[in-house]
Design a protein around this ligand. Structure first.
Ligand SMILES: [Mn+2]
Length: 672
């Protein structure tokens, strides 16, 4: 009864996710089928360690299950990082039973015996999980793995472990996972996850008596790999605990597997006293909130039509998301190509009241109207931020909302803001992390006001009422966002920078600075240290104004880099709430998201890789020639090589290949 394995088929018969855009993936399913039929017989067993299907829901994965079922042999399926369809054992096995897919088995917290060999494993996890949440997942995975190995050892002395994530790669070891393999005396481990160029970082060989092999589909050229079971030694009885070395030497152990360009960059930065590993770790741990409104030109799901409030999305590039499903699909594509932790930032107009239900009045919105977003965020481990929408509404047509002279108009918007705070706190509690609720109003006047104080006094009272109800700051953080002017509101803005600076200082809510909301020569980077001196937290909206608040996609320009530098050199990575805020309708919207999001990360990485202490010293010693000269020299440090390393470690295609993926996605999702 021969045993085979192949990981990461990434099937998409039910979900139209293109894989053939990646080098080497042309006709992948057909090649897999041909090679499979040529080698595997009905009585054989094939283990598939994760990334089975692109299906987002179980039903979407069904055609992929049917494809596998129709191939010869017993198929043992495991969970990978892209298996979003994965739900409960009961549901998965229930579907298989109902559909007659009796050749499929699920390996999840259990073990199987095949031809005298015990098969076990789990998904595994990344390296260097310093974030509390990641560590929790990692430790849970390690224990899941141990339980599965112990179940296997009860079946046989010959044990094969399958993991989705590589336990060793790029010269780094996942200590916790390796410790379990070592302590349980395992001798063979097969894993997937690495593709294309990243395969060169795979560790293929022996470590502490355990032989490791990469079996991702493209690494195997889509032919299932035969496991020579007769050569596998029995599990070892370890009499002592972990004999593996911890952390100190983890990068030295197998440097030969590492990207040499990254190695050279690492040395170049180390010569300046900069630790690239620490920079990468800090970069990936920092959450950036992705604004949902780039995907549909700020239209929302109310069906109201035109955008108002002195803002405008210009351009008519095709492919705008027209409904919640399309927006979520697009966001998934963004998440797949952007490294690091993320949150999703929702405006009130993105409520999903239910199929065919009428839009809910904004002052009556409740958590239930955001339930699909909660499920979306939970399934992907994302945080959520919220915003009341005080524009694109009949009661905002006057250009005034919370500061409106009519108390009935103010009442509606006050109640709307209160409703969104309740929803934000609910998201925070459900997701176990703070939700940022950001209040921005368009209120202002086209021409010279007759009264500047009155509207501001009304705004202050309205905010006082909105923020009166106290929520646990672990779950809800309120921010207020100023602006310099809007279209048709050029002469007077009620919620000005000074207004909110003072309001935040007096009340303890958080100031949000949008770098498109100031005079063109006024920079947010310079404001950051001042605000950090007097506030526990600040919030930023990252965008690019061209001449005015034009909401262009952020590019890697000097000001974006300066903003990132201030965050890093003020030691404020955990005190700054970062979100994107722009909407360009003249280019592919998924690409627009990614260009901006990746530039924000690149700016942060650049900032994390600079020797700030030395530069500060030069300034204090008034060595201005050297300060200027070195700052300019540092602009040519090999940031790009470290960025490539970040992408490869997070499974993202290198260079501009992400754009090929987006273009293929665009073709596959042509929208009328
Ligand atoms: Mn903004």
């Amino acid at each position: 009864m021969p045993l085979f394995t192949i990981a990461d088929p990434h099937l998409s018969f039910g979900s139209a996710k293109p894989m053939d855009v990646f080098a080497g993936w042309a006709d992948a399913p057909a090649r897999l089928e041909a090679a499979w039929r040529a080698t595997v017989r009905e009585s054989d067993t094939v283990v598939l360690p994760g990334d089975i299907s692109w299906g987002m829901r179980l039903e979407e994965a069904l055609p992929d299950f049917q494809f596998l079922h129709n191939l010869p042999g017993v198929k043992i399926l495991m969970k990978g990082n892209h298996d979003y369809w994965f739900s409960t054992r009961n549901k998965i096995e229930g579907l298989w039973a109902a559909e007659g897919l009796d050749s499929l088995r699920l390996l999840h917290n259990n073990a199987f015996l095949a031809g005298g060999v015990a098969l076990c494993g789990s998904r595994g996890w990344f390296f260097d999980c310093e974030e509390a949440e990641d560590r929790k997942v990692l430790l849970r995975e390690a224990e899941r793995l141990r339980a599965s190995i112990r179940a296997a050892k009860a079946l046989s002395d010959t044990v094969v472990v399958f993991l989705h994530y590589p336990p060793i790669a790029g010269g780094r070891r996942c200590e916790e996972i390796c410790a379990v393999l070592y302590e349980e005396g395992v001798r063979r481990c097969y894993y997937g996850h690495l593709h294309g160029n990243a395969c060169r970082w795979a560790f293929q060989g022996e470590w502490e008596g355990i032989r490791f092999s990469l079996v991702s589909a493209d690494a195997l050229r889509f032919a299932p790999c035969l496991i020579p079971t007769e050569t596998i030694p029995p599990v070892l009885q370890r009499t002592h605990g972990v004999a593996i070395r911890k952390t100190q030497d983890r990068t030295e152990r197998s440097d030969q597997h590492m990207n040499t360009r990254y190695q050279e960059a690492k040395a170049q930065y180390a010569a300046l006293g900069v630790d690239t590993e620490a920079a990468i770790e800090a970069l990936l741990a920092l959450p950036v909130s992705i604004h949902c409104w780039q995907g549909d030109d700020v239209l929302g799901f109310e069906g109201g039509g035109a955008l108002s409030g002195g803002i405008a999305a210009t351009g008519n590039y095709p492919g705008r998301a027209r409904n919640a499903q399309e927006l979520m699909d697009d966001l998934d594509q963004v998440l797949a190509l952007a490294p690091g932790k993320h949150k999703i930032n929702l405006h009130a107009i993105y409520a999903i009241p239910g199929a065919d239900a009428a839009p809910v009045p904004r002052d009556a919105l409740a958590p239930e109207h955001f339930a699909p977003w909660l499920a979306y965020a939970k399934a992907r481990g994302l945080g959520v931020d919220v915003n009341p929408t005080l524009f694109s509404h009949p009661l905002a047509e006057d250009g005034m909302t919370l500061s409106h002279p009519d108390a009935r108009v103010r009442r509606f918007w006050i109640d709307h803001c209160k409703a969104i705070r309740r929803i934000g706190a609910w998201f925070g509690e459900e997701l176990g992390q703070p939700c940022v609720n950001n209040i921005w109003i368009p209120d202002g006047l086209k021409d010279t006001p007759g009264d500047r104080l009155g509207p501001r006094a009304r705004l202050k009272d309205a905010l006082d009422e909105i923020l009166a109800e106290k929520y646990d700051p672990q779950y809800l953080i309120d921010t207020v966002e100023s602006k310099v002017f809007g279209i048709g509101l050029e002469s007077y803005t009620v919620g000005s920078h000074e207004f909110y600076l003072q309001y935040a200082a007096k009340t303890g809510c958080v100031c949000l600075l949008d770098n498109g909301h100031y005079h063109p020569t006024e920079v947010v980077s310079d404001k950051i240290p001042s605000l950090l001196l007097f506030n526990e937290k600040i919030a930023l909206h990252l965008t690019r104004g061209v001449r005015w608040d034009s909401d262009h996609v952020p590019v890697l320009d000097e000001e974006l880099k300066e903003i990132a530098k201030e965050i890093v050199r003020c030691g404020a990575l955990d005190r700054v709430l970062l979100a994107l805020d722009y909407f360009d309708a003249s280019i592919n919207r998924v690409a627009a998201w990614l260009i901006g999001l990746r530039n924000v990360r690149k700016a942060l990485l650049n900032a994390l890789l600079l020797p700030h202490k030395d530069l500060k010293k030069l300034q204090d010693r008034r060595e201005f020639t050297r300060l200027l000269a070195l700052q300019e020299e540092y602009k040519l440090l090999p940031l790009g090589d470290v960025w490539e390393e970040v992408c490869s470690r997070t499974g993202i295609p290198g260079g501009a290949q992400w754009l090929d993926v987006v273009e293929a996605y665009e073709k596959a999702h042509a929208r009328g």
